[in-house]
Design a protein around this ligand. Structure first.
Ligand code: N2P
Length: 347
């Protein structure tokens, strides 16, 4: 976690302490944002609060599925949510989110048109606005794993038994096993999925655990030596730990984008629109890229970044060439979930 994101953790703790001790300042409108961790510049959030006379309250989820499950179990009170594109589509199909009024989002004109044409799942901003593009790859300890080959197959290597993690994210991790076998990570083919399951059953004994958050500090502290993670999170960790490197498996990786949506039951829709619009401003996007190391699709943002970061926040050619966007599979999602349950309960 970079310095700014650490500062944000301290601010959260202070806010929590104030809430518990019953602090009673003047009440200002609150915008409740539900999103992934380490994923926004706290200074940009502060600027938005100052300019809009409001308080932004950020709650964190660590996977699309846990966020979705929480909403389905009756979780309410959010004004803006940040699912990945495939999950935003599910939420739209299930009428959980607003159809967007684009007159309240003038800054969507800044979203890169090539991205919208080629990769976006919601090509007309009908229900979502893209925030950051992500791919998943592997970080490893260069000293403890010299000459690590660039293949998903490393998870099958018992040399690193007990010191590796894969994401606790069924589309990412089954996707990695599909790619390892040369298949599409959006396959609906039963025999390909069966092969991916066999691969994961072979990999599992080598894993310390499936993990979506702790792998970052774990690989920094040396507890883990090979971790599967989200690109920006891994680059945030690399910035602080010179003994680590990133490996992009040659068989291909997942590409995904996280998209802002407004839940149908938001009580602060105008403020929600203002927030999403603010994030599509090139200056906000540049600041968010600097801190999170993910790639924003906002045109003009990279030009505003420091040279060093602008160079690192690009999608490597290998990712574009072999990467595949995760799409929603409708009823066939059930095939993936069944495999995931079998993997989780296997010893
Ligand atoms: C988590 C960011 C994750 C993005 N820090 C994955 N879509």
């Amino acid at each position: 976690m970079g310095k700014k994101l650490k500062k944000m953790a301290v601010v959260f703790a202070a806010a929590l302490a104030a809430a518990i001790s019953g602090g009673c300042g003047p009440s200002v409108p609150k915008l409740n944002v539900y999103m992934w961790s380490d994923y926004i510049d706290p200074d940009i959030v502060q600027k938005f609060e100052d300019e809009n006379g409001c308080e932004v309250v950020i709650s964190i989820f660590d996977s699309n599925e846990s966020m979705y499950a929480k909403l389905k179990a009756g979780g309410t009170g959010y004004d803006v949510i940040l699912p990945s594109s495939y999950m935003a589509k599910v939420m739209n199909d299930e009428k959980m989110i607003e159809t967007l009024d684009l007159s309240k989002l003038p800054n969507v004109k800044n979203i890169n048109s090539e991205y919208m044409k080629k990769l976006a799942l919601d090509k007309t901003f009908k229900y979502s606005v893209p925030y950051m593009i992500c791919y998943s790859c592997v970080a490893y300890d260069k000293g403890k794993c010299p000459n690590l080959p660039d293949t998903w197959g490393v998870f099958g290597d018992s040399k690193y038994r007990g010191r590796m993690t894969l994401l606790n994210d069924y589309r990412e991790t089954i996707g990695a096993a599909l790619k390892a076998n040369g298949y599409s990570l959006n396959t609906r083919d039963d025999s390909e999925l069966e092969k991916a399951k066999e691969t994961l059953l072979k990999w599992k004994p080598n894993l310390a655990r499936l993990d979506n958050e702790g792998y970052k500090s774990g690989v920094q502290s040396g507890e883990f030596v090979v971790v599967h993670g989200y690109s920006g999170d891994l680059y945030q960790v690399l910035e602080e730990s010179k003994n680590l490197a990133v490996m992009i498996p040659k068989e291909g990786v997942s590409l995904s984008c996280d998209d802002w949506v407004i839940p149908a039951d938001s009580k602060n829709k105008d403020l929600a629109y203002a927030f999403i619009n603010y994030m599509c401003d090139p200056e906000s996007a540049a600041a968010n890229m600097e801190v999170t190391k993910y790639l924003s699709p906002v045109d003009g943002a990279s030009k505003l970044m420091s040279d060093e970061n602008a160079k690192s926040v690009v999608i490597p050619k290998a990712v574009y060439e072999n990467g595949e966007m995760i799409i929603d599979l409708g009823e066939d999602n059930a095939k993936y979930l069944k495999i995931w349950d079998e993997i989780k309960i296997s010893q």
